[in-house]
Write a protein that binds this ligand. Structure first.
Ligand code: SAM
Length: 372
């Protein structure tokens, strides 16, 4: 195990954090194809991690390093020691390559203290950080004392970025992928990069951490057993309403992301499509003006309009699911009234669903059976 007293002469202190961090963060709970072995953070002696090991030093270091029967072997690349193998073997260039990884690293939504220790260690230890906006992420990396070089990986260059990242990994250099805030790939660039790395047979290591959707949901108080994360709705109202219609029967809480300049329009559309449901508005989460407000959807627009501050910042909108709160009896009662008033079946079912929050499809089926 690295950091044992026997290894001390080989292991300097200068770059201890950087080396040990990637080892710790590379830990996995299982042996993977390449037999990179889990190494828990507490198994690594941070103070005795290896000094600067360059790509070219790797083989030399391997010659010195004792290969032990169980943890026998550490692979080192430009990005540091990144994995252990379960059998005695000398370090080779190919092993270096096998153990480099793409780390998917969530970053804070607003409160810097939300960066996990593991994320911090990875960002400090990898040689490359692929960032959605390198200027935006610069201060964070600087504050951490990260010496990684950055490469841009945004919406408009994701394919090229993916190719560059695959090259880095093939050269044995690990890459941390970050977005401006939250988890990469969640309504953010990243999915294509991850797909390309996986396609190329590379190792992808996800780190848990900040995500606006789960952060908001955890404090929503919505009782739905399930949730559907939708992310951003279409910007144009017609398309947005169409998208919402398609969701109207789903028996799960619906989670949307929204920008401040569209929040009123979106809430207006939510109200017109879903009618009587509960809306929870999560705004500026983890920041100074964090707000989490729950209210009946029909009242939401007025509530937002009542104070312009309520329309500022970043939003997660969470809606209770179909049938989540209106019992089918109420849906049936309203449906019967509307049918008795002469409304066509489809329209009556839609309106009754909208008014009561009951399932549109269930009400439509009921309407058909009532008609006979
Ligand atoms: N990848 C991020 C994540 O894991 O949550 C989401 C990135 S997406 C481009 C940005 C959107 O996430 C914002 O428009 C907003 O809807 C939501 N969001 C991000 N930070 C937020 C915060 N602090 N409070 C509320 N919503 C937030």
């Amino acid at each position: 195990m690295l950091g044992g007293e026997d290894d001390a002469p080989l292991l300097g202190r200068r770059d201890a954090g950087r080396r040990a961090a990637e080892i710790a963060a590379a830990a996995q709970a299982h042996l993977d194809e390449n037999q990179c072995l889990a190494v828990a953070a507490d198994q690594v002696d941070l103070a005795t991690a290896h000094p600067e090991i360059t790509h070219h030093d790797a083989q030399a270091v391997a010659l010195q390093m004792a290969c032990r029967p169980v943890f026998g072997f550490a692979a080192a690349g430009g990005g540091g020691i990144v994995g252990f193998c379960s059998h005695a073997q000398t370090m080779t260039e190919s092993m270096t390559q096998e153990c480099a990884a793409l780390y998917v690293v969530p970053t804070p939504l607003g409160n810097l203290a939300d960066l996990t220790r593991r994320a911090e260690e990875i960002l400090r230890s990898v040689p490359w950080v692929a960032a959605e906006d390198t200027r935006h992420s610069g201060p964070l990396l600087k504050q951490l004392g990260a010496r990684a070089r950055t490469l841009p990986a945004h919406q408009h260059n994701e394919n090229e970025a993916a190719a560059r990242i695959v090259e880095k990994l093939q050269a044995g250099e690990s890459v941390a992928l970050i977005s401006d805030a939250g988890t990469p790939g969640i309504s953010d660039p990243g999915a294509r990069i991850v797909a390309a790395v996986r396609e190329a047979g590379g190792r992808v290591v996800p780190l848990p951490g900040p995500c606006a959707a789960t952060t908001a949901l955890s404090a929503s108080g919505l009782l739905d057993e399930h949730f559907l994360f939708y992310g951003f709705l279409p910007a144009k109202s017609g398309q947005r309403r169409q998208a919402l219609e398609a969701l109207s029967d789903i028996p799960a809480a619906l989670v949307f992301y929204e920008a401040p300049h569209r929040v009123l329009d979106t809430v207006a559309d939510l109200a017109s499509v879903f009618g009587q449901r509960t809306l929870v508005i999560g705004r500026e989460l983890t920041k100074l003006f964090e707000t989490i407000h729950s209210l009946p959807l029909p009242e939401a627009l007025d509530w937002l309009k009542a104070d312009p501050n309520r329309q500022r910042g970043e939003f997660v909108l969470m809606l209770s699911g179909a049938s989540g709160e209106a019992d089918s009896g109420e849906g049936e009662r309203v449906l019967k009234l509307l049918l008795a008033d002469g409304l066509p079946t489809k329209q009556a079912a839609k309106l009754a669903a909208s008014i009561t929050g009951a399932s549109k499809n269930a009400l439509y089926d009921l309407a058909l059976s009532l008609k006979g």
